[in-house]
Write a protein that binds this ligand. Structure first.
Ligand code: UDX
Ligand code: UDX
Ligand code: ADP
Length: 463
């Protein structure tokens, strides 16, 4: 089947960049990204591509090249579904905040709404691709909805998980380690898989395109994220031991990373991992394991989350303890709020939890992040429902200038590893702070010896 029209439901961190790259690499395919959120679509259509709603290095250039040519952003979901041969579902699947599986299971209501909408609108055969990370066997549920409520047309469901990391989305999409496509082993299923393989073949070498059954594909995505997160919790666990024993976690990470069986990536000790995927996917894995009665499996993976929570709490406790056991009314400046550098995404960022702990201790938090707005910061804190919005607004202020953010602060905490922090005039910052001036480096980003020479009391993770 020759694909000429693709639609993607969901113009978020996954759908937006993925479709932009498909459009750039497949000029003969018309790609339409739709979303219910009018504001978001308007931002994607902003004549100045600096204003697109997602900050990813290089994305603005790709959007500028393809938009209006064969890349379109729209709120007309029905029309895009109707016209497309392939429909990607890339809507959000947050952890449930209510009912059975609360705090653990993925909330599939947005997925189900999409499936019902596709079923209602489709008048010819469609290939439906799950792009969002979903619990294993979700494809089956989508198929059941489509087959039972549709207009008698045929649907093929494929699982095509996205492995891009935020901040490097464009590079990851242009040069993926692999593309994974899961589908039904029937003849019709194989044709659908081939149609999607042909799309990716426009720029991905054949050897990197892997096809499996649907469930292997779905489970591989959860497994990949669980393994990656597990490495961070493992090195973070060692960081606490390093602090007690006089070992240095950076040295340990380097030493073990040189073992080719272990590898050097994803061994950076930190204040804890964040992001929309790791915690959600592991909780989802734990929930699935429990639902099959596999308690040892569930407990094993849950430990990764327990360790991560511990690491965040340990960081805030250490700030309080070091500041003579009280941060009440002290100004503590956060450099960074995003869950990692080069993104404006803050979902599950460690900064949120550390701030929440410190506000409980009556600290005054000042925040500087080059890409995150004050509105988002307050929104993140309000979402926790620890205290009311007014109390949060009274405890947190954000700044457009990092030097101003640090003025008169008792301590600085590095929460995100933005490159620009490295090059600040640290002497100038030191001179403007309360003394002793403390730095808690939650990313092991800064040059400790230099800062100590200036006069800072400098604490890093795991040394
Ligand atoms: C291990 C370390 O690999 C080595 O670096 C260290 O110096 C000593 O301990 P060893 O125990 O000799 O070496 O063998 P190894 O190849 O690591 O296997 C250990 C066990 O793990 C074996 O029972 C092996 O069958 C098992 N294993 C290994 C698996 O079950 N799956 C694997 O993927 C790898
Ligand atoms: C992750 C997976 O990497 C990606 O393949 C998947 O598609 C989505 O989830 P993402 O969450 O965007 O991507 O970013 P990632 O680079 O994985 O970082 C996640 C968190 O782990 C960040 O908070 C980061 O700071 C932290 N991290 C990462 C560490 O603390 N140490 C490390 O060594 C690596
Ligand atoms: P991700 O990181 O998975 O891309 P985001 O939250 O950034 O998640 O993006 C998901 C997008 O999906 C949001 O912009 C949301 O408005 C959109 N969305 C959710 N449900 C629907 C739906 N039924 N139809 C269209 N768009 C939807």
């Amino acid at each position: 089947m020759k694909i000429t029209k693709i639609c993607c439901i969901g113009a978020g961190y996954v759908g937006g960049p993925t479709m932009a790259v498909i459009a750039q690499k497949c000029p003969e395919i018309q790609v339409t990204v739709v979303d219910l959120n009018e504001e978001r679509i308007a931002a994607w259509n902003d004549t100045d591509t600096a204003n697109i709603p997602i900050y990813e290095p290089g994305l603005d250039v790709i959007v500028a090249e393809a938009r209006g040519r064969n890349l379109f952003f729209s709120t007309n979901v029905d029309k895009a579904i109707d016209e497309a041969q392939i429909i990607f579902i890339s809507v959000n699947t947050p952890t449930k905040t209510y009912g059975k599986g609360k705090g653990m299971a993925a909330d599939l209501k947005y997925i189900e709404l999409c499936a019902r909408q596709i079923a209602r609108v489709a008048k010819d055969n469609k290939i439906v691709v799950e792009k969002s990370t979903l619990p294993v066997r979700t494809a089956e549920a989508i198929k059941s909805i489509l087959d039972n409520t549709g207009n008698g047309v045929q649907f093929q469901i494929l699982s095509n998980p996205e492995f891009l990391a935020e901040g490097t989305a464009v590079t990851d999409l242009l040069h993926p380690d692999r593309i994974l496509i899961g589908g039904d082993p029937s003849e019709e299923g194989k044709k659908a898989i081939q149609a999607l393989v042909d799309v990716y073949s426009n720029w991905v070498p054949a050897a990197k395109i892997l096809t499996t059954n649907v469930w292997s594909s779905e489970l591989s995505k959860l497994t990949a994220n669980a393994f990656l997160a597990q490495r961070i919790s493992s090195i973070n666990a060692m960081s606490e031991l390093c602090e007690k024993t006089g070992a240095d976690v950076n040295e340990v990470a380097k030493a073990i990373g040189m073992d080719s069986r272990i590898g050097s990536k994803f061994l950076k000790a930190s204040v804890g991992f964040g992001g929309s995927c790791f915690q959600k996917d592991i909780l989802n894995l734990v929930y699935i394991a429990k639902s099959y009665g596999l308690n040892a499996v569930a407990d094993y993976w849950e430990q990764v989350i327990i360790m991560n929570d511990h690491q965040k709490r340990r960081f805030s406790n250490s700030i309080v303890q070091t500041l003579y056991n009280t941060v009440s009314d002290k100004k503590i400046t956060f450099l960074g709020w995003a869950f990692k550098k080069d993104t404006n995404d803050t979902r599950e960022s460690a900064a949120i939890y550390v701030a929440d702990d410190l506000i409980n201790e009556h600290a005054k938090i000042a925040v500087y992040d080059p890409k995150v707005s004050n509105k988002k910061i307050l929104g993140d804190l309000n979402y926790l429902e620890t205290r009311n919005a007014e109390a949060n607004a009274n405890s947190v202020r954000s700044f457009l200038d990092p030097y101003e953010a640090c003025q008169q602060a008792h301590a600085i905490a590095i929460l995100t590893e933005w490159d620009e922090f490295i090059h600040y005039d640290w002497q100038k910052i030191y001179d403007s702070m309360q003394k002793p001036a403390f730095i808690f480096d939650g990313r092991n980003l800064l040059n400790g010896p230099e800062l100590k020479a200036i006069g800072f009391v400098y604490q890093a993770i795991g040394s």
